[in-house]
Design a protein around this ligand. Structure first.
Ligand code: XMP
Length: 304
């Protein structure tokens, strides 16, 4: 792929697709939506309205970082966490969670789009998203989870033919900060797929802290393709003199090329010990930490 001509063509295509209309983009802070936002900003300037939806399912500090990095585009920040938790209430099936998050996402956008009279929705769907959705492996919130009645004139997907490493190349060429161009993939449904079973604000808060610790300990030192913490069930532990019933956190770190297959990383014991002791001491409601040693297949990267 020639990056410069890709950028030129993508910008030209967005101009043609949106004509003199307005477009909104779901800015999540991931490399995919960030690249799309920059391409669209080049094509449309202020006719692009970047919208960051705080789903309540994002990682620690994510909203503040987005606000900072994209402030030149004046992104609209929408706190919709209440709507997402309401949609997820009682939902335990992983695919239903994805649908619940995806549909809420689109509804929130439709509302913002109506308010600002936007005609088009720009999306950062990439090639592997389409393959996995078409193959029926799972429904990505930005593909299979989309409701059929969308109040937009059209959906524009400028990087739908790119693989992840190509998106990162484009991100570097667009001079996005390294924290975004090299950012690990993070699922559209956010931390909801890192909580087994029903999603509640309390469980998400625990998963958020645990994910932050795992990232702090692993990202810069080991450069995993992806690392994460998932909240499983409750199990018995001992804290102080008492037996307690606390959360079990599973830590996962994988190497991969395109997320279709992955291998669990062989991390040093001292690193795993450090993660375990940090999680159990910094998050008092956690009683136990386990490390996932399953490749994909048969496991997936996420726990749901
Ligand atoms: P799995 O868990 O299927 O994940 O091995 C492969 C890659 O996709 C990410 N992932 C998602 N991304 N919406 C997304 O946008 C989703 O519903 C979703 N589920 C998984 C996962 O983080 C990994 O990078």
């Amino acid at each position: 792929m020639d990056v410069d001509s890709f950028i030129k063509d993508a910008v030209a295509d967005i101009k043609v697709s949106v004509r003199d209309g307005k477009a909104i983009i779901a800015l999540s802070g991931g490399v995919d939506s960030s690249v799309c936002a920059i391409l669209a900003y080049r094509a449309l300037g202020e006719r692009l309205i970047p919208v960051y939806v705080d789903t309540g399912l994002m990682r620690k500090g994510e909203t503040d970082r987005i606000r900072e990095v994209f402030k030149f585009m004046d992104p609209k920040i929408v706190d919709a966490s209440g709507q997402f938790f309401a949609a997820l209430k009682g939902v335990t099936d992983p695919e239903k969670k994805r649908k619940a998050v995806g549909e809420t996402f689109i509804r929130v956008f439709e509302q913002v789009a109506q308010d600002i009279k936007a005609d088009y929705l720009l999306q950062g769907t990439i090639y592997p998203d389409r393959i996995e959705s078409e193959g029926g492996i799972k429904s990505h919130h930005n593909v299979g989870g989309m409701p059929s009645h969308i109040a937009f004139k059209g959906v524009v997907e400028p990087i739908a033919d790119l693989y992840k490493d190509e998106v990162r190349e484009v991100a570097r060429a667009l001079k996005l900060p390294e924290e975004i161009s090299e950012r690990m993939p993070f699922p559209g449904p956010g931390l909801s797929v890192r909580v087994i079973g029903e999603v509640t604000p309390e469980k998400i808060a625990v998963a958020r802290e645990a994910n932050a610790i795992v990232e702090e300990e692993l990202v810069h030192q080991y450069h995993p393709w992806q690392c994460l913490a998932a909240l499983l069930e409750k199990g018995t532990g001992v804290k102080g003199d008492n037996r307690c019933h606390g959360w079990i956190i599973a830590v996962r770190a994988v190497e991969s090329r395109d997320a279709m297959t992955a291998n669990h990383m062989e991390l040093p014991w001292k690193t795993l010990n450090r993660i375990s002791s940090r999680i159990t001491s910094e998050i008092p409601s956690v009683a136990r930490v386990v490390y996932d040693i399953t490749p994909k297949p048969p496991a997936t990267i996420e726990f749901e």
